[in-house]
Design a protein around this ligand. Structure first.
Ligand code: NDP
Length: 292
């Protein structure tokens, strides 16, 4: 193996440390901690674990974190009413609704209902618009975390060829916009892309967010490239793996994220960073430096 392994666990710990410092300063200034609320609708076991992790990590950095669990048969109107209440609550700086939601709830309506300044997932149309326009807003957590990893890996983005595989609203599209903002030349590939392997081979920075186990093979990777694997897939033997064939790609890449322990830990770290930023903006503070 020749590639440098990008350690997302250690990087996430560094982000959390900075956030914890910012939270302590915020508490000292305002006499209250930044407040985060996570809403879960229904009993999805994976959502339960994610929500618990988010609450625990938020508390660990000194935030006030609440989890609200609604029954699976909650209506859109009931959820809207709760979101409105939290939008108006001065102690709440950030909120999110854990996805997926049951069929009677429409995700786009949730994204549009949460006040953009409390939308710590960065999914609201206003925050998407701000990202496209290059204006300050709240940016989705996973791509923000990826940008930190790329920066720490010492990869120069200006003028580099970046390929993002996947075009979801949560990962692929915001990822492409963030890379573009750093002056990379960005290609977004997807399920209809012709000769995906050849497109990937052009990438100095290859970000893969597809959800297909080990789809990207070693001979899809340009020698020396930085390979970021966002995918999280469960193999038949129960083990987690990414969208990139790690052993093969690591022989060719210059740097690479493992799965688990790569991008995954950065996502919650950036949820905390966004919550701190939202709180600071709501209070008119100068944002804690060096995170977003
Ligand atoms: P989506 O299912 O929303 O999007 C997947 C994207 O991959 C789509 O744009 C789709 O293209 C594209 N795609 C599907 N099949 C292919 C193919 N054969 N070749 C090229 N492109 C293809 O997924 P997400 O973006 O939400 O998530 C992607 C992966 O990242 C998942 O494994 C998910 O678990 C993981 N993830 C990890 C996170 C973390 O914290 N580490 C956070 C979020 C996601 P098209 O648009 O044409 O259908």
């Amino acid at each position: 193996m020749s590639a440098t392994v990008i350690d997302g666990k250690a990087a996430a710990a560094r982000v959390r440390e900075r956030v914890a410092g910012g939270v302590a300063a915020f508490r000292a200034r305002h006499g209250r901690p930044p407040g985060l609320v996570g809403i879960q609708v229904g009993d999805d076991p994976a959502s339960e674990i994610y929500q618990r992790n988010k609450q625990k990590q938020a508390e660990d950095v000194g935030m006030a974190a609440r989890r609200l669990k609604l029954p699976g048969e909650t209506t859109q109107g009931e959820l809207d009413a709760l979101i409105d209440e939290l939008n108006a609550d001065p102690a709440v700086d950030g909120m999110l609704v854990q996805l997926p939601v049951p069929g009677q709830i429409a995700e786009p309506l949730i994204a549009a209902r949460i006040h953009p300044d409390k939308d710590v997932d960065g999914f609201s149309p206003v925050n998407v618009g701000r990202l496209v326009r290059g204006e300050p807003g709240l940016v989705p957590c996973t791509p923000s975390g990826v940008m930190w990893l790329i920066r720490e890996a010492g990869v120069a983005l200006e003028g580099a060829r970046a390929v993002v595989v996947g075009r979801s609203l949560i990962v692929g599209k915001p990822m492409a916009l963030l890379l573009l903002a750093e002056n990379a030349t960005v290609t977004v590939a997807h399920s209809r892309t012709r000769d995906l392997a050849a497109v990937c081979r052009e990438a100095d920075v290859l970000v893969v967010a597809v959800g297909r186990a080990e789809m990207v093979r070693g001979d899809w990777v340009k020698p020396g490239a930085c390979v970021i694997d966002v995918g999280m897939n469960r193999r038949d033997d129960g083990r987690l793996c990414g969208d990139v064939h790690y052993a093969e790609a690591a022989e060719v890449a210059g740097s690479i994220t493992p799965v688990p322990g790569g991008v995954g830990p950065m996502t919650i770290a950036y949820l905390l960073a966004n919550t701190l930023l939202a709180a600071e903006r709501r209070e008119g503070d100068e944002p804690t430096g060096g995170i977003v």
